[in-house]
Design a protein around this ligand. Structure first.
Ligand code: COA
Length: 161
């Protein structure tokens, strides 16, 4: 089975990596799909976000043979069909994620009933983590050690210098 894990990843965090490692064990192929949420202003360009994901995975003990990182610029469901994905993976951190995720899953199901959304529950230690939180800590020069891989930390420092 082929899965995609979509998101804006601005930037990737240890919470995303936790989901990627767990999802990659469940599927034959995992495509990390980096998209733009049109309602969000991003700090990193889409190409920078792809590079940071690739570099982060290389620096971890992750079997990257089944993982592809790619950007997309369309409806998620159209991209999923284009790459023949069976499943969309989303992480659920807390109850507060549920309403938004349910809306997206139902809309995607309405547009293509053959593609399922599967939720993985975030590990407790990352359930509070978000890319915005990480950017705010970086902006105020806080300690990012437990939140992002070193390569992301370095790039955040450069952005906010
Ligand atoms: N660890 C850490 N953070 C996590 C996380 C985890 N396991 N799971 C979610 N998050 C955080 C992200 O860091 C992000 O934080 P931020 O808001 O501070 O940036 C937040 O949760 C949600 O981000 P993400 O999962 O990337 O979702 P998104 O809303 O930014 O983008 C897309 C989701 C790209 C998949 C969606 O907008 C999309 O499909 N776009 C294409 C257009 C489309 O098809 N629209 C119709 C959809 S029905």
């Amino acid at each position: 089975m082929r899965a995609i894990y979509p998101g804006s990843f601005d930037p990737i965090t240890n919470g995303h990596i936790d989901i990627i490692i767990r999802a990659s064990k469940l599927f034959d192929e995992l495509r990390i799909a980096v998209g733009g949420n049109i309602l969000k202003n991003s700090v990193f360009s889409i190409d920078e976000r792809v590079e940071l994901i690739e570099a982060s995975l290389r620096s971890q003990d992750v079997d990257i043979s089944k993982i592809i990182v790619e950007k997309f610029d369309s409806l998620l469901i159209d991209y999923a069909k284009k790459v023949n994905a069976d499943v969309i993976i989303r992480g659920l951190r807390a109850v507060s994620d549920y309403e938004y995720e349910l809306q997206m899953a139902l809309a995607n199901k309405e547009m293509n009933e053959n593609i399922e959304t599967i939720f993985l529950v975030s590990s407790g230690k990352y359930s509070y983590l978000s890319s915005s939180l990480v950017k705010e800590i970086a902006y105020f020069e806080g300690d990012l050690d437990n939140f992002v891989p070193d390569v992301v930390k370095k790039n955040l420092r450069n952005k906010f210098q």
